[in-house]
Design a binder for this molecule. Structure first.
Ligand SMILES: CC(C)(COP(=O)(O)OP(=O)(O)OC[C@H]1O[C@@H](n2cnc3c(N)ncnc32)[C@H](O)[C@@H]1OP(=O)(O)O)[C@@H](O)C(=O)NCCC(=O)NCCS
Length: 235
């Protein structure tokens, strides 16, 4: 079985969405923000993730999938399946206004989400109050720890299929963008709500814990670990 790391295409979106939904099924942030399992609508959630992927493709964000290529059973051709996703945002200098094309895509994303709300009769179990609470805490933390005015490559999601973990797929997915960050001399940033084993894994990938985000609502707490990787400048 060979693993290939490839830029996400539109055709990959359904498989990438499924990979994320499976990998984050036990994620603490996911359970905090979708805190009523009876209200969770997996199809609404898939529609939202798809809309975000379309946004990422239009904004040319670095989004990669890991594909495992296995020989097909009946002939000598091969079939590829998505076994991992790494979804980043490009760095934006902190003092620069949002570029017009990103601004336009922000609006398009809002319209797509409005359409999804109508189509699915709501947000599919998302606790909107908690979502905005997290966004507020996140913004405060970025203002505190994003000290490099050139901006950060922001790893929004990293997911590897549970059957393929510990085999180097996550490292391959991360390396594509950290190598680019090293060439640009720019730092990388991520947040993870799973402390174990992710903190150790991300330390092995060059990230250091810099802060924690505490989101508390009605006695339910969600902690996110914020990590930064400084660029490795080759002599
Ligand atoms: C986090 C995750 C993407 C890692 O992917 P992976 O393919 O298992 O990672 P790799 O096999 O490439 O391992 C990367 C490094 O961490 C180490 N590692 C992997 N699993 C580990 C574990 N459970 N404990 C300690 N170290 C571990 C590996 O040895 C490797 O280091 P090395 O290259 O120096 O040997 C995967 O566990 C996952 O999808 N988790 C669920 C979703 C999630 O929590 N995503 C992150 C939040 S955004």
């Amino acid at each position: 079985m060979a693993i290939e790391i490839l830029p996400l295409t539109k055709a990959d979106i359904p498989a990438a969405v499924e990979c994320i939904q499976k990998a984050f099924a036990d994620d603490p942030y996911f359970h905090w923000v979708f805190n009523d399992p009876s209200g969770f609508n997996i199809n609404r959630n898939a529609a939202s993730l798809s809309a975000h992927f379309l946004y990422g493709l239009s904004c040319r964000e670095p989004i990669y999938v890991a594909k495992s290529t296995v020989p097909a059973t009946s002939d000598k051709s091969t079939a590829a399946s998505v076994v991992g996703v790494c979804w980043w945002y490009n760095p934006h200098p902190l003092s620069h206004p949002v570029p017009w094309n990103v601004w336009a895509q922000d609006w398009l994303l809002s319209f797509r989400q409005l359409f999804n709300n109508i189509r699915f009769g709501g947000r599919g179990g998302l606790n909107v109050k908690r979502y905005w609470l997290w966004k507020e805490r996140q913004q405060e933390t970025h203002e505190k720890v994003w000290t490099d005015p050139r901006g950060y490559y922001f790893c929004n999601v990293l997911a590897v299929d549970s059957s393929m973990r510990g085999m180097g797929v996550g490292r391959k997915l991360v390396d594509v963008v950290t190598q680019r960050a090293d060439e640009d001399g720019l730092p990388c940033y991520l947040e993870s709500s799973k402390g174990f084993p992710n903190l150790v894994i991300y330390e092995k990938l060059g990230f250091e814990l810099v802060s924690e985000i505490d989101c508390v609502d009605g006695g339910d707490e969600c902690k996110l670990y914020c990590m930064i990787r400084q660029p490795i400048i080759k002599a």
